[in-house]
Design a protein around this ligand. Structure first.
Ligand code: GLU
Length: 445
């Protein structure tokens, strides 16, 4: 059974980058009939806020990425304590007493000597007496995980391929602060083990953490999950943009972006597969494959999102949008205007055109006479079948006009605009009475 998890820290709302991570975790689990967990990484009590937990849940629900279960790190601290004690008893965790300033100085000295700023493990050589003295002086230790230096850390990343780290070039990570609070690293590994997570899918900014966490899994005697580290997203200009870091569901939704557009674009961005705008993500899920992901940063372009969105809107059924349409707008009206929309909200503009009044530009004398004729014809045609073709066929016959001179004055008089939905679909919605009045008013009648 495949188990994935999306593990946001509730210190803010989701942005495009972590929406993408959530999506891929969800897709992979769905593609394999597995489970997708939402894990709230709220060990940082100072920065975590309940309103962000709620916003994360709401955003995922809006996107259709519904988790099978939700977990919360703040509810699991007793468990972390237990594992911590086990690992400490087994010598995998040790106390360290350096202040931040001392550590900073050590790093500076190492750099000055041209060495990597790796923690020197001085705390490991403290005698029991020295430790007792420090604690007697009221110095409380923070805690480090002792890396096993014996063998390289290696894994076959599902996106990046074979990875290898030399643990001797890495500092023993601090896993717990002097005040007892937890850093992200160990609780995450404990959770992944306890929750049976089989695949950790996250951004490549976590690659080094994975090396460290692999040793934590080993120390716990647990088989590690598989890892897939995704290349990061950049803005259209190819850089990590500030806008991208803050662009979230709320802003996208306000711009009329459909969840399916976000899903369609982010499902394929950075992969070798083309973006397919699909209102139903099932085919995207079925085709999901880490082997298709590239290592180059993926470019997120809001213009591309707008294009994908328009193509999604053109597929949405009336049932899917009914509660967002103006009162009175029915399925026929939705289908008539849908091909012209970039967003669902724009349907209301066309509905206003149908209902009127419309402000049409004054026609020149020729067109005024033509519209007068059109009004007369409109009174006589059969409105039950296909009034637009009946009207234009009769006018073509009567006036000899064709093409633009035949159609454009009618469109202008009837809608007040030069462009828009197919008139054959729009005219029955406008209806006989309004159409005749609009054609008439353009003749000055
Ligand atoms: N809370 C971590 C983050 O948001 C989770 C990383 C992970 O997926 O393990 O970066």
């Amino acid at each position: 059974m495949i188990v994935t998890r999306f593990a946001p820290s509730p210190t803010g709302t989701l942005h495009v980058g972590n929406i993408r991570t959530a999506l891929h975790n969800w897709m992979f689990a769905r593609a394999h009939g597995g489970r997708f967990l939402l894990r709230i990484d709220d060990t940082d009590a100072q920065r975590s806020e309940e309103r962000f937990v709620d916003a994360i849940r709401a955003d995922l629900a809006w996107l259709g990425l519904v988790p099978d279960a939700e977990e919360r790190q703040s509810a699991r601290v007793a468990r972390y304590e237990t594992v911590f004690e086990e690992l400490r008893a087994a010598g995998h965790i040790y106390p360290a007493y350096e202040t931040a300033q001392e550590l900073d100085l050590k790093r500076k000295i190492a750099r000055g000597r041209g060495l990597p700023p790796v923690y020197d493990r001085a705390a490991l050589s403290l005698t029991d007496d020295e430790r007792a003295r420090l604690e007697g002086d009221g110095v409380r230790p923070h805690w480090r995980f002792r890396l096993d230096h014996d063998a390289p850390i290696a894994w076959d990343d599902l996106i990046r391929g074979p990875q290898s780290f030399d643990p001797r070039t890495m500092s023993d990570p601090v896993i717990r602060r002097a005040d007892g609070s937890w850093l992200y690293m160990l609780p995450s590994a404990i959770d992944d083990r306890d929750m049976g997570v089989t695949h950790v899918v996250r951004g490549e900014d976590h690659v080094t953490n994975t090396a460290l966490q692999l040793q934590m899994f080993a120390a716990m005697g647990a088989a590690p999950p598989a890892f897939a580290h995704e290349a990061l997203l950049t803005g259209a200009e190819g850089k990590l943009s500030k806008r991208l870091g803050s662009l979230g569901v709320e802003a996208l939704r306000a711009e009329g972006v459909e969840p399916a557009a976000i899903v369609s674009l982010l499902a394929r961005l950075g992969t070798s597969q083309p973006v397919e705008p699909l209102a139903d993500p099932a085919p995207l899920v079925a085709a999901f494959d880490f082997a298709q992901f590239g290592r180059a940063p993926a470019r997120f372009d809001e213009r591309e999102l707008a294009q994908v969105n328009a193509r999604i809107v053109h597929q949405l059924t009336f049932e899917a949008v009914a509660d967002r349409l103006p009162p009175g707008m029915d399925a026929a009206a939705w289908e008539a205007v849908r091909p012209n929309l970039s967003t669902v909200a724009e349907a209301a503009d066309w509905w206003a055109v149908v209902e009127g009044p419309v402000a049409a530009p004054a026609p020149d004398a020729d067109d005024a006479a033509y519209l007068q004729k059109a009004a007369a014809v409109a009174r006589t045609i059969d409105w039950g079948a296909d009034p637009w073709h009946a009207l234009t066929a009769a006018l073509k016959e009567a006036t000899g006009r064709k093409g633009k001179p035949l159609f454009l004055p009618l469109r202008r008089a009837l809608t007040g605009r030069d462009h828009g939905p197919d008139m054959a679909a729009l005219l029955p919605l406008i209806g006989r009475a309004r159409a005749v009045a609009r054609l008439d008013s353009n003749t000055g009648a």
